[in-house]
Design a protein around this ligand. Structure first.
Ligand SMILES: *[C@@H]1O[C@H](CO)[C@@H](O)[C@H](O)[C@H]1NC(C)=O
Length: 217
């Protein structure tokens, strides 16, 4: 016999942690600034001086579903045009053997959680399409935010909000008593990817508004 208390804990556990297959409320496009990322990891190739995709994460109100049961097994990407496009926008910065394993990992972890709307091919196409909606490098530059300059979190948020209409999620690295480095920008979209929406949750490393941050050159 299982004790009632244990049953309720078990129930809660299943309820909170079991992702309903392919069921998500919104999407978060996570862009990274490669030159910050490559301070924490070894990057064998020339490091891009533009934002690249970290991932496209289907998300829910309360928790982010991951590793959803796949309807179909992952198909390695073979179309050379697609590969070229993905290598440009979604490169594995830590690999000098191409990014295929990174894409597979990201798809299995995140892409499987949006299968009710996007099959594998559509998921990758969507990620590129969403990234192409905004040229954040240019947007930031238009607001006087360029690599190696120091700005505040609010400056960066406002600049991005000027084009997306919503405050982005920011993820910074470094010591908060000094100038931190901007690592990632999260932009949330509705399920269809047609409208930017406010992200439901702030990232833990989203520093407060007056924090000084920079994009390392
Ligand atoms: C940076 O990336 C954006 C979005 O993909 C692109 O439109 C822009 O041309 C790129 N800028 C440079 C300087 O490469």
């Amino acid at each position: 016999m299982i004790k009632p208390q244990l049953m309720s804990v078990l129930f809660l556990f299943l309820f909170v942690f079991s992702p309903v297959c392919g069921d998500f409320d919104y999407l978060q496009l996570v862009l990274q600034w490669p030159r910050s990322f490559c301070k924490t990891r070894y990057c064998p190739n020339p490091v891009p001086r533009n934002f690249t995709i970290h991932g496209l994460w289907p998300d829910k109100q309360r928790i982010m579903p991951i590793n959803c049961p796949a309807k179909e097994s992952y198909k390695s990407i073979t179309d050379s045009k697609k590969i070229k496009l993905l290598e440009q926008h979604w490169p594995d910065l830590t690999s000098n053997q191409g990014s295929a394993e990174f894409w597979r990992y990201q798809y299995k972890k995140h892409g499987t959680c949006s299968v009710d709307l996007y099959n594998q091919e559509q998921y990758f196409d969507l990620a590129i399409e969403l990234k192409e909606k905004f040229d954040l490098l240019k947007t930031l530059k238009n607001h006087g935010i360029t690599p190696s300059k120091t700005n505040t979190v609010i400056d960066v948020e406002e600049a991005i909000k000027a084009v997306t209409k919503e405050v982005p999620n920011l993820n910074c690295i470094g010591d908060s008593s000094q100038t931190m480095e901007l690592l990632e920008i999260g932009i949330c979209f509705n399920r269809e990817g047609t409208t930017v929406i406010a992200c439901r949750r702030r990232w833990i490393n989203h520093p407060n508004g007056n924090q000084k941050i920079t994009l390392p050159p």
